[in-house]
Write a protein that binds this ligand. Structure first.
Ligand code: ATP
Length: 522
């Protein structure tokens, strides 16, 4: 496929001059993109740059105002997702698009309209094909395993298999590694390389620049709806890409300065909590976070981190143990009471807990204070005050939106996250609880949020930071607790902790260490 060694093939996919307008914003402004057969093409852009919109146009979910799409050099009109799939274009969604109670095979067959009436007839043949496809791309999968019992890395593979099963030639992966461990990411990259090797074309969307540099053959960068550059990984680096994306120089590492921890603010003793299925998820956690300190929790997703923070902020009733705030027992208090006591919470799942998507952005920015002054007097609300403060917040936090009055659902994913952060940070706090605060954010926004967190720490707030990004935990934290199997298995000094050691503790809970110690003392 290379230009030097042979005739240039027509691009597998070409988008020409795509323009898509929404009220008050041009989401795509004449974007052109060419993806060759067998190419992994990364699409980079800051939050709200228009990446998802462009892919929605490709998938027939949004109709462009201008421009055309060509497949193998032929112009096509894509009428909707079913049409896109029939033409060999597939979106590989993040794991939560799968149905957990169904098996791998059932999930793969689900929604495949050509199979709808034949599911039972062809089940054996389908399972055989699934196993074979998996092997071809380097993994063994049990087609009868329940998806809910698989790790997120395996769920991601099921999504890819689903696309391959439908004979996809062009695969779009929108932030596929957001919820994966570094190890799982490497494994998925192996699968992607094999796919490209067999001639599939891949559009890879990610905010992680080092990943893009590692996996992409070519990189297209868009900013505010326009293509601002194309790069080969060999001719660029993270700083260059960040600057191209954001339009200014970005500091990619955290300057955390010196912390001055004071007395304990959050004290947790023997805390236990169950997950949504009633299984023990937090199994006896003792933890203390002091004023003016960032306590980071490192761990592979699904080791009880989410349940722990939910039990702290009042969203989940602990089954045992106590939570104290500034010396006062607050175990089992409601989220509103915790909020009033000076606890802010940025949830991992912003759609479930962070925002009401059908409400205007302005209302979402006062979601935890709309019933108080200055937004309300008794039961009478003051929309003008809400709008005035929302406008200021939008400016200060650089939330990209045409107006404060648009529904939160129309914001790009990253800008929704910025809205949650803006609301939660914008007051004096005792305790700040952050669960994956920068997931889905672009490098400029991450830099901004990290600075805000450090400023809160310096103002004396106790910060509990949970993140699947090990680098984020290492760079931000004064102390690091490693969570494994519902327990904190080690607490380390954030400034001296070794990445490999933390990674090993995350993966094994320290069992190997314990075994090694036992072996040396024997
Ligand atoms: P992120 O990295 O944050 O996911 P993105 O690059 O995918 O960002 P898009 O979701 O494509 O960005 O959004 C581009 C712009 O289009 C944003 O300003 C967004 O608010 C706007 N937009 C997207 N969908 C709609 C919609 N259905 N109605 C109105 N505006 C929309």
């Amino acid at each position: 496929m290379t230009d030097e060694t042979g005739p240039t093939l027509a691009p597998a996919l070409e988008m020409r001059g795509i323009t898509k307008r929404y009220p008050g914003v041009i989401a795509n402004d004449g974007i052109s993109l060419q993806v060759r057969p067998g190419e992994i093409h990364a699409l980079l852009g800051e939050n709200g740059a228009g990446k998802t919109t462009l892919m929605n146009v490709l998938y027939g979910l949004a109709t462009p105002d201008e421009g055309e799409i060509l497949l193998d050099g032929q112009p096509v009109a894509i009428s909707g997702p079913a049409d896109a799939i029939a033409r060999g274009i597939n979106m590989v969604h993040q794991h939560f698009m799968l149905v957990p109670v169904l098996s791998v095979a059932e999930n793969i067959l689900l929604g495949d309209e050509t199979m709808a009436n034949r599911i039972f007839l062809d089940r054996r043949e389908a399972r055989r094909r699934i196993v074979e496809l998996g092997r071809r791309f380097g993994f063994e999968i049990d087609p009868d395993a329940k998806v809910g019992s698989l790790s997120v890395g395996w769920q991601q593979r099921v999504e890819i298999l689903k696309a391959l099963y439908r004979k996809a030639r062009i695969l779009v992966l929108d932030e596929p590694t957001a919820v994966l461990t570094p190890q799982e990411t490497e494994e998925i990259f192996g699968v992607l390389r094999r796919l490209a090797g067999e001639g599939h074309s891949i559009v890879f969307i990610s905010h992680k620049l080092y990943e893009v540099l590692e996996i992409a053959d070519r990189i297209t960068v868009i900013r505010r709806g326009r293509v601002v550059g194309e790069r080969l990984p060999s001719a660029t680096d993270e700083d260059d890409l960040a600057e191209l994306m954001v339009g200014r120089e970005v500091q990619l590492t955290v300057d955390r300065g010196v912390s001055h921890p004071a007395g304990p603010v959050l004290q947790i003793r023997g805390l236990e909590a169950r997950d949504d299925r009633g299984q023990a998820a937090v199994r006896g956690v003792d933890l203390e976070v002091r004023a003016g300190e960032i306590f980071g929790i490192a761990g592979v997703a699904g080791n009880g981190q989410d349940e722990l923070v939910e039990a702290i902020v009042g969203l989940r009733r602990p089954s045992a143990g106590t939570v104290s705030l500034a010396g006062q027992d607050v175990t089992g208090r409601s989220p509103r009471k915790m909020n009033e006591a000076g606890v802010a919470y940025v949830p991992a799942d912003r759609h479930r807990f962070g925002l009401i998507l059908s409400f205007p952005l302005a209302d979402n920015l006062v979601l935890t204070s709309y019933y108080r002054k200055p937004y309300a007097r008794g039961i009478v609300r003051d929309p003008k005050a809400i709008l005035r403060d929302a406008t200021t917040t939008i400016e200060r936090y650089d939330i990209r939106t045409p107006a404060a009055t648009v529904r939160a659902s129309t914001l790009s994913g990253g800008n929704q996250q910025k809205a949650v952060v803006a609301r939660e940070f914008d007051r004096d706090l005792e305790l700040l609880v952050l669960d994956q605060p920068t997931r889905g954010l672009d490098v400029g926004s991450i830099e901004f949020i990290h600075r805000q967190v450090i400023a809160k720490r310096d103002a004396g707030t106790a910060v509990l930071l949970v993140s699947a990004e090990l680098d984020e935990v290492l760079e931000m934290s004064d102390r690091i607790g490693v969570m494994f199997g519902g327990r904190i298995v080690a607490v380390l000094d954030g400034r001296t902790a070794d990445k490999n050691e933390v990674g090993l503790l995350m993966a094994t809970g320290g069992a190997e260490r314990v075994a090694a110690l036992a072996a040396t003392s024997a």
